[in-house]
Design a protein around this ligand. Structure first.
Ligand SMILES: Cc1cc2nc3c(=O)[nH]c(=O)nc-3n(C[C@H](O)[C@H](O)[C@H](O)COP(=O)(O)OP(=O)(O)OC[C@H]3O[C@@H](n4cnc5c(N)ncnc54)[C@H](O)[C@@H]3O)c2cc1C
Length: 733
């Protein structure tokens, strides 16, 4: 869910970037323009248009290592199939229709076209989701039976694919509903998503197909997000907002530089968290501010002393000049008197031949003193200019003093708001995120605006569940697997047997299951026994990955009102917290549905704290925040409220996975890796346990689309293991 982070929200922009989508909604077909052309089809399906992926190179090694021309043909065949599927994803693209629509000369390579079609179907690039089947389901003499644990989006995607591939599938779901962490509150005309709520772009996202198949109404979420100050509820000025956001982005960049360019992720043996690193960088910035201040005052004092020196010298020169002036005047008086007494008609200014020799020493003195005075005056002038330069520099320093602090207390609160937004996106406090790997999936973002499902996200899993054999309220209590097959026992005491298990239980449940398997005692949310025991226990490499990956908390508060009292043109508004510790408490409000419903978020440390706070108190705090922003008389009492508590929800034990300190992207791969029963030699043969879910997909973790893709992936892996790979070239004898 990381892509929901602050980076995607334009905080405090009052100009309003998006104006495309007003409340009332529109068809997904209108907001989403299907990719055009063969290249567009490849992009939308997650392929480079004219390159082979790793999977393709393995499946079509003959083409990958063959002539360039063969690859060109391959790309046409692949992209054309994707294009045909995207044109109408509501109907199965059967091979005959595809083959008939191939242009000449490509229609002559039937066997390759068949393999391409089989590959794309098996890998879930075409013919997935909710569509009309045209072909007959494959009938197998002894159908392979797969037990799917969990009816979240990954379990449902995996189950429907497997069923399509001709497998017998039974889904065991502990709750009395499907969707898992996609859950929609519905009452009268009020709708609010309690779990997943945002589709993070449609470009390249397989959810775009499901949305089109189901005519899902999507709302383009406007990025404008005004912030309101803590306590006063006053709007945060755009200027301050922008400058703090700039600092926030600089801090993130500095962390990325530390972790990736400098490869620093630990001090001694201690691995660093993103939160710790951010706080250190803030401390360094504060230190830098102090150093800048010291430098500033040193410079200021230096200039001041220089100015004083200059003024002293100017004073000396002035005094000297005055003295000399007086001396010259006095000597002139003496000379004039002498000349007058003698009755001379000559003056000192007359030609020297007319000057009396006895006057010469006095005249020389006068001249010398006059020259000395002129020199003193020139020096005074030079110093006067120097003084002016110094004064200008001092003035400049005075008008541009360095900041007293790196962040004022109010700016720190706004920065904390951005941190809370990042904590929401990762569902954990920043102090628990790995500095090095928290953003390992950053390169895999989809393109396009973020959207929400107007009629509630749960409509998607509900539609996907149709036609599947789902056993509700079957809490899996024990999972047995050996070389002959698998057996699952539920809390009701019912037993289910099969050939393989697709386990989509949330990471929180798997963590608790590992602890239970290791005989650790604990009160797992007061619901001991809900976590299945694996017999034999999961291998150590799997257990270690389960422990390393983090599973965080994110809570929501739904408030249903009788009328809208906020600005209806914004989809988001933020509330700045009062302290760093409480920064995630009700920090963001969403308004995404037709009815007057607000959804407030509780993230980071606050989410952990709020787990044990009563609903009344939480609702009270929500209303206090809203009243501070909109006025006490404007905010009515809500008609309905919901507060989620995922940690204590026994069937999730948290919200979604994150890369904690000590974990990395490799752990997602470990989570995805299948498990085979150890045979007598300790070696493994046929895998029996397969894993899907948001915690098993390295490039798209913690998201609905990632969970969906993981289900498609595992269906393919299971089908390949039990029925072979119809897309691989048959070796010529
Ligand atoms: C509050 C919140 C907000 C989110 N927001 C977004 C968002 O905006 N966008 C986004 O893309 N993603 C979001 N996510 C993440 C997304 O919801 C999940 O990644 C995704 O739904 C997980 O699907 P899954 O199939 O892996 O697991 P789940 O949906 O959890 O499915 C697992 C299923 O297993 C069942 N189960 C558990 N234990 C047992 C047992 N012992 N026996 C039988 N059944 C059991 C559960 O009941 C559940 O139905 C959010 C998640 C949360 C919690």
């Amino acid at each position: 869910m990381k892509n929901m982070s602050a980076l995607s929200i334009e905080v405090g922009d009052i100009s309003g970037t998006y104006n495309i989508f007003e409340h009332g909604g529109r068809r997904s077909d209108e907001s989403y323009v299907p990719a055009e052309g063969l290249e567009g089809a490849a992009f939308q399906s997650g392929f480079p248009a004219a390159e082979m992926t790793q999977d393709e190179m393995k499946a079509f090694s003959d083409i990958a290592t063959g002539a360039v021309e063969a690859r060109k043909v391959y790309f046409y065949l692949r992209n054309r199939a994707l294009q045909l599927w995207l044109e109408n994803p509501k109907k199965e693209l059967v091979f005959d229709d595809y083959n008939a629509k191939l242009e000449r000369p490509y229609d002559s390579v039937v066997s390759l076209a068949y393999r391409v079609h089989a590959f794309l179907s098996r890998f879930g690039y075409i013919n997935f989701g909710v569509f009309t089947r045209v072909s007959q389901r494959a009938v197998r003499p002894r159908p392979v039976k797969v037990l799917v644990l969990g009816a979240g989006i990954s379990g449902l995607a995996g189950a429907s694919q497997l069923q399509q591939f001709g497998f017998e599938v039974v889904v065991l779901e502990g709750r009395d509903r499907v969707g898992g962490r996609i859950a929609t509150f519905r009452k009268n005309n009020y709708i609010a998503d309690l779990g997943a709520m945002v589709i993070t772009g449609l470009g390249g996202n397989p959810l775009a197909i499901l949305a089109r198949q189901l005519n899902t109404e999507l709302l383009k979420i406007r990025r404008k997000c005004p912030l309101y100050e803590a306590a006063t509820g006053n709007p945060v000025s755009k200027l301050r907002d922008d400058s703090v956001e700039k600092e926030f982005n600089k801090l993130l960049e500095a962390c990325a530089f530390l972790a990736h360019a400098l490869d620093i992720d630990r001090i001694g043996r201690k691995k660093l968290s993103l939160g710790e690193s951010m706080e250190w960088l803030i401390m360094l910035q504060e230190k830098r501010v102090k150093e800048d201040q010291i430098r500033y005052w040193e410079e200021f004092n230096k200039l001041q002393s220089k100015k004083i020196d200059v003024m002293k010298k100017m004073y000396e020169h002035q005094e000297n000049a005055d003295l000399l002036k007086k001396k010259v005047e006095k000597d002139l008086k003496v000379l004039n008197k002498k000349q007058k007494d003698r009755g001379d008609k000559v003056r000192v200014t007359r030609p020297s031949s007319m000057i009396r020799p006895e006057d010469l020493p006095l005249i020389a003195d006068i001249k010398l003193n006059q020259q000395a005075r002129m020199k003193a005056l020139r020096e005074w002038k030079r110093l006067q200019m120097k003084k002016q330069v110094l004064e200008t520099r001092l003035e400049r320093l005075e008008t541009n003093p360095p900041p007293d602090v790196y962040l004022s207390p109010n700016d720190r609160k706004i920065l904390d708001w951005h941190f809370a937004n990042l904590e929401f996106a990762n569902a954990c406090p920043l102090s628990e995120l790995s500095l090095k790997h928290w953003d390992q999936d950053d390169d895999f973002e989809f393109i396009g605006s973020h959207l929400s499902v107007i009629n509630g996200y749960s409509s998607i899993p509900v539609a996907l569940a149709e036609g599947l054999d789902i056993r509700m309220k079957q809490i899996v209590n024990e999972v047995r697997y050996d070389q002959h097959g698998v057996k699952v026992t539920t809390m009701k005491g019912e037993e289910f047997e099969g050939d393989a298990i697709l386990c989509t239980l949330p990471l929180g449940i798997l963590k608790a299951a590992v602890r239970r398997g290791n005989g650790e005692k604990g009160n797992e949310g007061g619901m001991r026994g809900l976590d299945p025991i694996f017999r034999p226990p999961l291998p150590m490499w799997k257990q270690e990955a389960i422990e390393r990956l983090g599973f965080g908390v994110l809570n929501k508060v739904v408030l249903c009102f009788q009328r809208v009292f906020w600005d209806p043109s914004v989809h988001l508004f933020g509330h700045v917290g009062t302290t760093t510790e409480s920064r995630g408490e009700l920090f963001l409000f969403f308004y995404l549905y037709k009815a007057p419903v607000l959804v407030a978020l509780v993230a980071g440390e606050a989410a952990g704290v709020m787990e044990s706070v009563s609903d009344e108190i939480i609702i009270g705090r929500c209303l206090k925040v809203l009243k501070s922003i909109f006025g006490p008389d404007v905010v009515p009492h809500p008609t309905d409220t919901v507060v989620t508590r995922w940690k204590s929800d026994p069937l999730s034990k948290g919200s979604y996975s994150y890369v904690g300190i000590g974990a990395s992207g490799d752990d997602y791969d470990q989570m995805a890796a299948p498990v085979a029963p150890p045979d007598s030699d300790g070696d493994s043969k046929c895998s029996r346990l397969f894993f899907a879910g948001e915690h098993t997909i390295r490039n798209y973790p913690a998201t609905v689309h990632g969970a969906l893709m993981s289900g498609l992936r595992e269906a393919r892996i299971i089908a390949d293991q039990f029925t072979g790979s119809p897309y691989v070239a048959v070796a010529k004898k």
